[in-house]
Ligand binder design. Structure first.
Ligand SMILES: C[S@@+](CC[C@H](N)C(=O)[O-])C[C@H]1O[C@@H](n2cnc3c(N)ncnc32)[C@H](O)[C@@H]1O
Length: 155
């Protein structure tokens, strides 16, 4: 994805803008831990919990961050109501994800306005409305390219 690094940069910019320099961050649907990698390079005082449903990807992430006490891991399906029971901490300063559907609902059921359709990757209206409906304020799109978009929301 051509704009991947720029998206990471804006994502970490956003975390940095709303937290102190030592935030506790959730890397949701972390895969091999790409977001956490960029986070810790920018904010060395940060701590991250990497969460993913895929044990194979978590194994790769554990290897990548081996010996780094700032990083913890949790295997969980974040669409399940009980997924937070797998986390090592009760609260976090920020959450970051590059998985547009995992947090917000079932990707197999796109909303009528098409905002979550895979063929319209930069349409974020549905995502913003869903975040606001779940109690987030100031939900807005903070970055967009020809093929990707990033939203941020504050509680
Ligand atoms: C596009 S990858 C993003 C990985 C990483 N954040 C990155 O930017 O490279 C999406 C990740 O979401 C994970 N995932 C998908 N559904 C999930 C769910 N319900 N709960 C937890 N993780 C999920 C996949 O296993 C995969 O690692």
């Amino acid at each position: 994805m051509p704009d991947r690094e720029e998206r990471f940069r804006v994502m970490i910019d956003t975390v940095e803008a709303v937290t102190d320099p030592t935030p506790r961050v959730l890397d949701l649907a972390c895969g091999t831990g790409s977001i956490t990698d960029r986070l810790l390079r920018r904010l060395p005082g940060a701590h991250s919990t990497c969460v993913d449903i895929d044990p194979a990807l978590l194994t790769i992430a554990r290897g990548h961050f081996a010996g780094d006490e700032r990083v913890t891991f949790a295997e969980a399906d974040v669409t399940r109501p009980t997924w937070t029971e797998h986390l090592p901490h009760a609260s976090y300063d920020a959450g970051a994800t590059a998985q547009r559907f995992a947090l917000l609902g079932d990707p197999r059921q796109p909303k009528p306005d098409g905002g979550a359709r895979r063929d319209r990757p930069t349409a974020t209206r549905w995502h913003l409305e869903t975040l606001r409906g779940q109690g987030f304020s100031e939900a807005r799109q903070v970055w967009c390219s020809a093929s990707d978009a990033l939203v941020a929301a504050l509680r």
